[in-house]
Design a protein around this ligand. Structure first.
Ligand code: FAD
Length: 461
């Protein structure tokens, strides 16, 4: 392919300040920020819709169902600010008891007695999350690395409470940590050692259990998260091109030309690549991007999640004093939440098929996946749970323009050593997206911030 400056493509459109590849939250955030600063932008989106991993689907009866990102957590300040600016409302939290199923036994949990409800601060929630993650990783290390465990036997024998004191910082975080853990594995006696606790959590999915117990602080957008993306796209007018699959980028001295599989060309001074890191390899850059980039992202699996929803005539669990929040430690469906819409009489339960047990589910028929969801609901709530009206799901690993979800999982050492280089620009090629974010990596908040940061770098020049 030729240099855009030396042999201009006759079909190319007028040059803009920045061409953005991908109309997910990061791409839209970057484009809207630049547009607001008076820069000309074009957004090229492969799908026939905007939003990427933000996807509010609608059932035949018109019920909005989040098939992608849904929850905003404490600390997602830029997202909360954007929701407010877009004039959208947050759905009120659903009150009621949560259900946690451990080793086939169902526990009903009344949140009012929880120390983590309702008043944990964002720091405490972050502290709780960090603590659970550390404990989880330590458990894996002990299981996977016997020589390490033997060499550190004395340290592993320390009182568990001492480990909690030195690894969690906030009193609220510590209290909630012990509470959540107690819920997950039963009471932890004051005499327990660290290694005792690690043995008790072995093989348990603490993340799913924490999602239920600490999840009351999570908020979602009334009517669907896609409205946030629509708000940003509305500011860009016809600068957003749908159905534009970018397949090559030619970097010239003054201008960069972006070509689509449909044969169109667009020229910009800068380009923001706002697609999941693994998909960058599918675009032919000339001259090529450094090889270490594609070597690095190959190390980063994208995850394997099917998000599913059952639609009911009404949110019947509420009548029984339940919140619809469910966590289980086994089976293909680990977390469920009430995602019903205000103003609608119907009830919506969303859930995730994930983990090793879900890896083959993409090959199941939709009917079998629906049956698995319904069976999990009945095993948690009881066989009298009513039949659903409808079922929908999205297998994100089968989505060509996403390539797996929730997002890339950087191994800890990969993230600390290479992530900042990965998000750094290559000349006038910039990168934005949830995986490139230095804070809230993998979340909506990270995607939004990373898009703004890419726009800031361009604006400063
Ligand atoms: C099921 C699910 C649940 C989630 N739940 C939550 C949650 O509750 N809270 C939360 O904070 N986060 C959640 N996430 C994560 C969140 O959705 C993502 O972090 C965020 O949306 C990523 O935004 P992005 O712009 O970086 O990437 P994407 O949304 O992936 O956007 C990339 C865009 O680029 C487009 N594209 C790809 N290739 C090309 C190409 N060659 N040419 C042109 N366009 C291309 C894609 O179509 C897409 O629109 C969830 C994700 C999933 C899948």
């Amino acid at each position: 392919m030729s240099d855009a400056q030396s042999s201009p493509d006759p079909s190319a459109q007028p040059m803009v300040d920045a061409v953005v590849i991908g109309a997910g939250l990061a791409g839209l955030s970057a484009a809207a920020t630049l547009h607001a600063r008076g820069r000309s932008v074009l957004v090229l989106e492969a799908r026939d819709r905007i939003g990427g991993r933000v996807y509010t689907a609608h059932t035949p009866s018109g019920e909005a169902v989040e098939m992608g990102a849904q929850w905003l957590n404490p600390g997602h300040d830029h997202m909360f600010e954007l929701v407010e600016r877009a004039g959208l409302e947050l759905a009120p939290p659903v009150l009621g008891d949560s259900m946690v199923m451990l080793e086939g036994k169902v526990n009903r949990i009344t949140p009012d007695a929880d120390p983590d409800h309702p008043g944990m601060t964002p720091f405490e929630v972050a502290d709780l999350g960090q603590g659970l993650l550390r404990l989880h990783r330590l458990g894996e290390r002990v299981t996977d690395n016997q020589p390490w465990a033997e060499a550190n036997a004395a340290w592993l024998d320390q009182p568990f409470e001492r480990w909690v004191r030195s690894n969690l910082r906030t009193p609220g975080g510590k209290a909630a940590f012990l509470h959540v853990l107690g819920r997950a594995v039963g009471l932890i006696s004051p005499e327990s050692t660290l290694v005792d606790t690690l043995q008790r959590i072995a093989g348990r999915d603490l993340d799913s259990l924490a999602a239920v117990n600490a999840g009351l602080q999570q908020r979602r957008v009334q009517g669907g998260m896609a409205q946030v993306c629509e708000f940003l796209a509305a500011q860009l007018g016809d600068a957003v091109h749908l159905g534009a699959v970018v397949d090559s980028v030619v970097i010239g001295e003054q201008a960069i030309t972006v070509h689509t599989a449909e044969g169109e060309s667009f020229t910009g001074r800068d380009v923001i690549v706002a697609i999941p890191p693994r998909l960058v390899d599918g675009i032919d850059f000339e001259p090529p991007l450094p090889e270490w980039r594609s070597d690095l992202v190959k190390e980063v699996p994208q995850g394997n999640v099917i998000k599913a929803a059952l639609i009911y005539e009404k949110p019947w669990w509420r009548d029984r004093g339940m919140s619809g929040q469910v966590g289980t430690d086994a089976g293909p469906l680990r977390v469920m939440s009430d995602s019903s819409n205000r103003g609608s009489s119907q009830g919506v339960l969303t859930g995730f098929f994930e983990g090793a047990e879900a890896s083959g589910l993409g090959r199941w028929t939709v009917t079998l996946r629906e049956r698995a969801f319904v069976e999990t609901v009945r095993s948690v709530f009881g066989p009298e749970a009513p039949a659903p009206l409808d079922y929908i799901d999205v297998d994100w690993s089968g989505e060509r323009f996403t390539g797996g979800c929730h997002g890339a999982h950087f191994a800890p050492s990969v993230w600390t050593t290479a992530a900042s280089s990965l998000s750094a620009p290559e000349g006038r090629i910039h990168f934005a997206g949830a995986e490139y974010a230095t804070r809230f990596t993998g979340y909506l908040e990270g995607a939004l911030r990373s898009g703004k940061e890419a726009a800031d770098r361009i604006s400063k020049r």
